[in-house]
Design a protein around this ligand. Structure first.
Ligand SMILES: C[S@@+](CC[C@H](N)C(=O)[O-])C[C@H]1O[C@@H](n2cnc3c(N)ncnc32)[C@H](O)[C@@H]1O
Length: 224
């Protein structure tokens, strides 16, 4: 029987991790015995660099797919050389599928994602990938989604209530200056907000037993 927290495979389009190839130049991360933080769409890395600096006991992975932004991020990283930060140039979806075991993340940040006005299916909380991302989070781990677009946050909130059935807190961004986009919006006097989502203990997904090793074994099986 399905538990109350389990997400039915009928309620959303199913995510298929097995169709994602590893990103180019993929390197399997080595995990330290530290809480793991993932930032998706890290841009030029302002938040990832400062979070890693201020939280030396956390291991931070920050993924950015746009080459130009990643190069700037990497330059800043090289001048700072944070031991506990790994900048990754990749699409976050295949990277998460190939890199992360179940229930490993303590915190996830998605700060000022692209609004995707013509492509609502590409907004993070509308994507089937979201269920996979939840499977990578530890019980009681949090996900922070920030945006300057009220409609984006409203839609994400509806998805949290109706589809993902997750507890969350909604708040205004007031004093934070975490990313370049946040700084820009705050300087313009635009209102920014965020959702702090918690994965409750006992929350089940379809991917709780899916490991990157199973993908590697399957690809070895296909090559012989
Ligand atoms: C609007 S920018 C915000 C950047 C940064 N978070 C900030 O607030 O300054 C959104 C970023 O997400 C990145 N992005 C979008 N989809 C991504 C994906 N699937 N994997 C990795 N990065 C992604 C884009 O390349 C872009 O740099």
């Amino acid at each position: 029987m399905q538990s109350s927290c389990e997400i039915s495979s009928n309620s959303i389009r199913k995510f298929r991790p097995e169709v994602f190839k590893a990103p180019r130049d993929f390197v399997q991360p080595i995990f330290a015995d530290q809480p793991i933080v993932l930032e998706i769409g890290a841009g030029v890395g302002l938040h990832a660099l400062s979070f890693a600096r201020e939280n030396p006991d956390f291991q931070v992975f920050a993924v950015e797919r746009t080459a130009e932004k990643f190069q700037k991020f990497h330059q800043s990283f090289l001048s700072e050389r944070s031991q506990n930060l790994t900048p990754i140039h990749a699409d976050a979806i295949p990277w998460v599928v190939h890199a992360l075991p179940p229930a490993c993340l303590q915190q996830v940040f998605i700060l000022y994602p692209n609004p995707e006005p013509k492509n609502p299916a590409q907004r993070w909380f509308n994507m089937p990938f979201m269920q996979f991302l939840l499977s990578r989070m530890k019980p009681n781990a949090t996900l922070t989604l920030a945006s300057n677009i009220t409609e984006y946050l409203d839609e994400a909130e509806q998805q949290l209530i109706n589809l993902w059935q997750l507890p969350y807190q909604c708040s205004a961004v007031t004093t934070e200056r975490r990313t370049h986009f946040e700084i820009k919006y705050m300087e313009r006097g635009e209102a920014c907000g965020q959702l702090l989502v918690t994965k409750p203990a006992g929350f089940e997904t379809l991917f709780d037993t899916f490991s990157p090793e199973s993908l590697r074994l399957a690809s070895l099986g296909n090559s012989v």
